[in-house]
Ligand binder design. Sequence first.
Ligand SMILES: [Ca+2]
Length: 616
Amino acid sequence: MAITIWNILRAAGMGASLLFWLGLSACGSSGDSSNPALPAAIVPTVTIVSPAQNAALPAGAVTVSFTVQNFTIGGIGESHLQFHLDDDPIPYDFLNGTTNQVHYSGAPAANVEWQNSNGMRLTNLASGAHQIQFKLVDATGGELTNPQAMTLLVFSVGVPPNSPPTIGVVSPSPGATFPPGPVAVSLVTANFSIGLQGQPHIHFFLDNDPTPYEFFRGPDEDTGVLYQGLHTHIVHWKTSTSFHIFQQPSGRHQVRLELVDSAHKPLGNPESTQTIAFTIAEPPGGELLLQPVLNGLNGPVSMAMAPDGRVFYNELRTGNVRIVDIVGGAWQLRPAPFYHVDVGQGVDQGLLGIVLDPNFSTNHYVYIYYVTGDGTQNRLIRLTEVNGQGTDETPILDGLPANQIHNGGILRFGPDGKLYVPIGEWNQPNLAQDISSLGGKILRLNADGSIPAGNPFGNSRIYAMGLRNSFGMVFHPQTGHLWITENGPDSNDEVNHIVAGGNYGWPIVTGIANDPRFLDPIVAITPTIGPTGIATIPQNSLYPATFHNNLLFAEVNGGTLHRIVLAGTQLDHLGAVSVAFKGGLGGLLDIIQGPGGFLYASSFSTIYRVIPNPNL
Ligand SMILES: [Ca+2]
């Protein structure tokens, strides 16, 4: 997974849907670059000849024939055809060349006979629905990734006509209770094969959201679950019959499932629907608790506190920048937005970052980072506040590429007065190691966007490289060190200490790699959690002394806060890491140092004050 990230979420207690991003981990691309486009005439292609798609066949052996174009099916150690039968993760190898056999786990298969160079015979198939996923592979067994190199055949054998299509739930059991975190759902169907896009599949609805999640056989986590046609971080595809649900707050939830045809029309028979009810428990109290200060918000994805005590925040999906006044301790949202930009609605797109100028009191500068409304570019602009309104839009960085996922965009000023900006690799992992690209880097800029003196790669905005995507960054007030959270693919979310010229490994290594070419994270987290905002707890603060100089970072998947104790005289070694707030409020987004000496964290709907647990 990639933590690629923003999506739509029903916020707790709100009728309206909130859109959310997040280039999160645990779902999304695991790091392959896009394939170079091939001319149509040479695209390797596999095509099923027989049986017909969705054929209802009599009991007994099934003969399957196919053709390939622009590809040669060879023997052992050569390019060939692979296929998976039903949910078996172990592939069969269909081998021509000098082999002329079908192999399974390196030996002739017991239940599949090679018949000719374009055909085979399957025996011992149980009555019911079956599927065969075909894929062309190279000599090393690597899948060709152009879409024509893969196809799915669905059929049934021995099923009496008119048997109803049926869906069943393997897990969770009815009324199950889970701690905050992922909820695993596993399904089974009868007389129905879950197909790929364009084929019969499953729709499911989470709580009261009327928009379906579309569940397909796969072929992978990027395309196995779609929401409004896009990859989603709320539900992660796991296998052809299972998925995980994230970001849900404590309380009762339900998932209504229905089998649909290739045109997305529900089959309608009573056996074709199921409803799962489950509960996410209230977690036990941790060291820290979250106390709401402002709710009913629309995706407050990033926040900034002004020296006059006001809080500015970005609404991820609307493109509105909002201002909160704090009057007598009460948080009051100004009705009129401070500024609006049209923003892209892709998975990790929207109005991403905000920071105020270190001299905001005198120059009133506000910087925001967003994906343009057409979804094609990332922009960093500067606004000037005049009477609560943004004016004088000034481009700082313009025309950066954008992608559905991995757009970066968090903004912070360093103690050196320079503006630091993590840029995602736009889902092209190799860019992170390409010094000629700004993708997968952290930039260091003068406040006007120009290249400052002292950058580590000469006349370049690049400050550090080898990064995938980040939703959180902070300078430690005691040491001046720069810390970021980073979203891993299907493993190894990271917290990194960023230094000038550092290379953090993506996509060559992830996690603690002990590779002298790269800098390792202080913490690596598997399974992934989707880390988001990160803050420090100052040396002189109202939090317990053991928290002073710690890092605190949020996560979106399970909605917890993690505390890192920094050790060593330079506060750059890992002392300990623990979960300080145990979740239950849904996914968490940003965390900042805010009014009254407290930290404040945001969810999709609410801003919370972070307080020490009074019962400890
Ligand atoms: Ca790394």
